[in-house]
Design a protein around this ligand. Structure first.
Ligand SMILES: Cc1cc2nc3c(=O)[nH]c(=O)nc-3n(C[C@H](O)[C@H](O)[C@H](O)COP(=O)(O)OP(=O)(O)OC[C@H]3O[C@@H](n4cnc5c(N)ncnc54)[C@H](O)[C@@H]3O)c2cc1C
Length: 366
């Protein structure tokens, strides 16, 4: 796409990825329309826990860590640039608990390589753990503190993004289903919306439809599947920061609540909440923080993470000129939003491909 101002960019999906991209592209002077089939800001986004950490969910040294690290560095300014002030954003670190010898080995190795990479990570004794997080009273083999980690309430983040993009002149069409991404020759030409009698024309399109992205790729392979996650909120105050353990995470929410999750299930778009799965999620958390065992469950929910076979996001120019793919963020989309938005805007607005994107290119599936 040419870099002249005033060109129209259409974005499929109003999750954290679509809206972050919309904001960054709009701020570079382009006309932007976001098309969202639902009525709220995002699906997986609305369901997420909200941990923002460069070593999140198994990231190891390499390109994914580099991407997460870059995003982590951008986060404070990203949050500051949003209109809504209350996002439940906290830069007070996360804890990790290992309960078996094998888990302890993994955790200690992680602390080692993170320190080596210049990121603060510290192993804890029982007394330092209790000092930092008094609610953690379960047995453990090893525990660690990552002082640079942060967390956010993803629902508030989604709302803030929605409000900010609207204030800055982005159009959002809620309740509009994109049936097809249209092409003319080798280039993208716009979007076909369900029930509309004309195409929404666009010189560039960003495909950010989360777990639903695969079916919208015009003529190329985009193997993104849903990974279902079920969570619950329990009525328990006192947790200071997210506590991660191999089965999941506990994360404080305002109002003396704690979000607890999550399952990871390869069951397609199954919309059922399974009480047994929720019990297991809660039992795993109670092994770390015993008060969770008897705390009242005040909400249960689920979401579909957009997952690729190799666990890497898919961000980059597709084989269709002007069509940029931005999906597959799996368990890390909240954490990766700021860097994704910047790199996608570089592509859409300036045709600049950051070398950081090479391992995440959609071309790896062709
Ligand atoms: C339980 C759970 C816990 C998580 N915890 C964390 C965490 O702690 N930290 C972290 O970084 N990440 C976490 N994640 C992952 C994170 O939520 C996702 O990676 C991220 O939200 C993906 O954002 P997205 O915008 O791509 O997808 P979504 O938020 O799903 O947005 C995609 C949007 O596209 C819309 N759409 C789809 N198809 C169409 C169509 N044809 N027409 C119009 N609109 C369409 C959908 O309605 C949806 O709103 C978690 C996810 C889950 C489920």
């Amino acid at each position: 796409m040419a870099s002249s101002r005033g060109r129209h960019v259409a974005i499929v999906g109003a999750g954290v990825i679509g809206l972050s991209c919309a904001l960054e592209i709009r701020r570079r002077g382009f006309e932007v329309t976001v098309v969202e089939q639902g009525t709220r800001a995002g699906e997986a986004t609305w369901a997420a826990a909200g941990v923002v950490a460069p070593h999140h969910y198994g990231a190891t040294p390499g390109p994914l860590y580099e991407l997460l690290r870059r995003s982590h560095a951008l986060y404070p300014a990203f949050v500051q640039s949003l209109s809504r002030r209350s996002l439940d954003w906290h830069e007070n670190g996360t804890m990790a608990i290992a309960r078996t010898k094998a888990e302890a080995e993994e955790l200690e190795a992680r602390v080692h390589w993170l320190n080596h990479a210049g990121y603060s990570a510290q192993l804890l004794t029982r007394s330092t753990l209790s000092e930092l997080e008094p609610l953690c009273d379960g047995a453990f083999e090893s525990a660690a503190f990552f002082a640079g980690d942060a967390h956010v309430d993803p629902r508030l983040l989604g709302l803030a993004l929605k409000e900010t993009v609207l204030q800055e002149g982005v159009q959002i069409c809620f309740g509009a289903l994109v049936e097809r991404i249209e092409t003319m020759g080798s280039a993208v030409s716009g979007l076909s919306l369900s029930g509309a009698d004309h195409i929404l024309p666009a010189e560039a399109v960003v495909l950010a439809a989360g777990a639903w992205s695969a079916g919208l790729a015009p003529g190329f392979r985009l193997p993104v599947r849903p990974a279902k996650g079920q969570m619950c909120a329990v009525k328990t105050g006192g947790l200071r920061r997210p506590v991660q353990y191999p089965e999941g995470v506990m994360i404080p929410r305002t109002g003396d609540l704690m979000a607890v999750g999550a399952t990871v299930e390869d069951v397609g778009f199954d919309l059922r909440i399974n009480p047994d799965a929720i019990s297991e999620v809660r039992a795993a958390a109670a092994g770390v923080v015993s008060v969770v065992a008897d705390a009242e469950i005040v909400e249960t929910w689920l979401g579909f993470r957009p997952r690729t076979a190799d666990g890497f996001p898919v961000v980059g120019q597709s084989v269709v000129d002007g069509l940029v793919v931005s999906t597959g963020h799996d368990t890390k989309g909240i954490a990766l939003a700021p860097v994704t938005a910047k790199l996608v805007a570089d592509l859409v607005c300036d045709r600049h491909v950051d070398p950081l994107l090479t391992p995440f290119s959609p071309e790896r599936f062709s």
